[in-house]
Design a binder for this molecule. Structure first.
Ligand code: TEU
Ligand code: CA
Length: 546
């Protein structure tokens, strides 16, 4: 069975946010040589592939997710020679490189946009332009994911253009066949350099079927641009004409896709994407939008996990990325930092699918300890702050809303040691370093055999070696407010207590039989089952072979 799996099913994929990973030349911005200098550590962790967030030329309105040139490396990250060295050095260690493909939009500084606004052919229709009517009204009521209208008026062209994200990120026009050819060239360019595939940014939003008004709601217009038939057709074309010839891997970031949409994107016969990211399980403690908090419930988390685990043949298993809060701050507890970080590792590596670990997750990095708005860089948070101000929301409430949800929580520099600037730079870091770096850092954890880092290392190997963890089906057994139990395949049972209080296992006795099982891993060093599970305890049991 295991032999028939693809490399992207067995390996751990490690996400690097280059800006914050490691600064090699002390200019305060992480860079490619910095990544190369740490490849051995990533190898020892168990990384089989690296997904690199954007390193292309960018004016950084959205930290690289606004690309001004798809064929060049931004100077701050290094040179094309550095990038080629990274691909080679990674290959020497049997680590594959996956690039971030941001093709829903470009930067407004991209040459295509600069020419499009001047109506220079063939760029005139590269973007989605609309004249205003005689009353100067917006073309429709769509809203941007980064607050406000999705339309911006361009004085030079005298028309509005669409931007689903920041106004410095104009959306490309996928009704224009020239765009699809341009994108094919981008794919070929990078695949020819030896990369293994792409993480495709908001890929399910690229095709706008119509520009009619959207229904009332949070993100207005989504019914006309999310998960459209036109998007599926384009993905099939990219796969057939380019990706298949390189046997390239793709994972789609499909924000606003439900299970049915995801099934279509991942269906083998349709040949579109290999897997998709879904984030429903990271919204258990949120109401409608990420800014409105509610109580965490293990019962709800298990229901969502079960739906996706059983609904798709293969999942991308993710607890963190550069847009999400740190998982130990989110679903764990800083009071029980080490135990809860290890519990979350057990959760991640006992689910079915490809695990993605985001830089710093493996040492239990936590949310940023911001002190005021001047610490914040994230364009989404800055736009949110202006919007909240416009509606006269009091400063304290604004602060709470922003610090809880800011994407900068996950973007602070990686904590390498307890020295100055966490050993990350000798210069001045682009974003403040979390002050807990004296405790939480790579150096401490490498030296400590019981650390969160070594626990991740162990879980990564365990998942690769155990056939049921890798391939077994997923079955929910029990859940309540804070306790969750599930099985993988015939032999594995996982018990997790998401709470600072111990819990009785009595209720579970009729459901589970602990006889003839052994504990293969726990975050407390437990040797045998009892009638209670400790606070934040996590246990993996395996049935003995008969
Ligand atoms: O993210 C898209 C996306 O879903 C988030 O930005 C989302 O709107 C936000 O996190 C909700 O709070 C991708 C990238 O991962 C993100 O960093 C980019 O800003 C965005 O696309 C635009 O390229
Ligand atoms: Ca640098």
């Amino acid at each position: 069975m295991k032999e028939t799996l693809k490399w992207w099913q067995t390996r751990l994929i490690y996400q690097i946010y280059p800006r914050s990973f490691m600064d090699s030349n002390n200019d305060g911005i992480g860079d490619i040589p910095g990544i190369i200098s740490k490849l051995d550590i990533l190898k020892s962790l168990g990384a089989g592939a690296i997904w690199l967030s954007p390193v292309y030329v960018s004016p950084d309105a959205d930290n690289g997710y606004d690309i001004a040139d798809y064929h060049q490396i931004d100077k701050r990250y290094g040179t094309m020679a550095d990038m080629e060295a990274l691909i080679q050095e990674a290959a020497k260690r049997d680590i594959k490189i996956i690039m971030d493909l941001v093709i829903n939009h470009t930067s407004s500084e991209h040459e295509w946009f600069q020419k499009s606004r001047k109506r220079i052919e063939p760029y005139t229709d590269y973007y989605i332009w609309k004249p205003s009517d005689e009353k100067g009204r917006l073309p429709n009521n769509w809203t941007s994911a980064f607050q406000g209208s999705a339309w911006e008026f361009d004085d030079e062209r005298g028309e509005y253009y669409l931007h689903l994200f920041d106004k410095r990120q104009p959306d490309l026009n996928y009704h224009n066949p020239l765009i699809i050819e341009e994108i094919k060239n981008v794919l070929r360019f990078w695949l020819d350099k030896g990369i293994a595939g792409f993480r495709c940014d908001v890929i399910n939003l690229i095709y706008k079927t119509s520009l009619e008004d959207g229904k009332p709601g949070f993100l207005r217009g989504a019914e006309w641009y999310a998960n459209q038939e036109g998007c599926h057709r384009i993905l099939q074309e990219l796969r057939r004409d380019v990706l298949d010839s390189y046997d390239a891997f793709t994972v789609g970031e499909t924000f606003m896709a439900n299970l049915e949409d995801a099934k279509a994107f991942c269906n083998k016969e349709r040949a579109e994407l290999d897997m998709v990211f879904n984030f429903d399980h990271l919204q258990v403690d949120r109401l409608i939008v990420k800014y409105i908090a509610t109580k965490f419930r293990a019962r709800k988390l298990l229901a969502i996990l079960a739906k996706w685990q059983n609904g798709l043949d293969w999942n991308a298993v993710v607890l963190e990325n550069h847009d999400q809060p740190r998982i130990v701050s989110h679903y764990g507890s800083m009071q029980d930092w080490e135990k809860s970080a290890k519990l979350l590792a057990i959760l991640q590596f006992t689910l079915r699918g490809t695990p993605f670990v985001y830089q710093g997750q493996e040492i239990g990095m936590s949310n940023f300890d911001f002190t005021d708005m001047s610490n914040i860089n994230d364009v989404e948070s800055l736009n949110m702050e202006s919007l909240l101000k416009k509606y006269h929301i009091p400063a304290r409430l604004r602060w709470k809303i922003i610090t809880d949800a800011s994407r900068d929580n996950a973007r602070t520099p990686l904590q390498w040691n307890d020295g100055r600037n966490a050993g990350w730079t000798k210069g001045s870091p682009w974003l403040k370093i979390n002050s807990n770096y004296t405790q939480i850092n790579y150096k401490n954890e490498i030296d400590d055999a019981d650390s969160v880092f070594h626990f991740y290392q162990k879980m990564i190997r365990l998942r690769e070696d155990d056939e049921d963890l890798l391939l077994g089906d997923f079955n929910s057994v029990y859940s309540d407010k804070s306790l969750m139990v599930y099985k993988r395949g015939k032999s594995i049972t996982v018990l997790l207590n998401f709470s600072g209080k111990p819990a009785k296992l009595k209720l579970l006795e009729p459901l589970l039989n602990f006889e003839n099982t052994q504990i293969i891993v726990s975050n407390t060093g437990r040797l045998s089952m009892a009638t209670e599970i400790e606070a934040w305890e996590a246990i993996v049991l395996k049935e003995n072979p008969v």
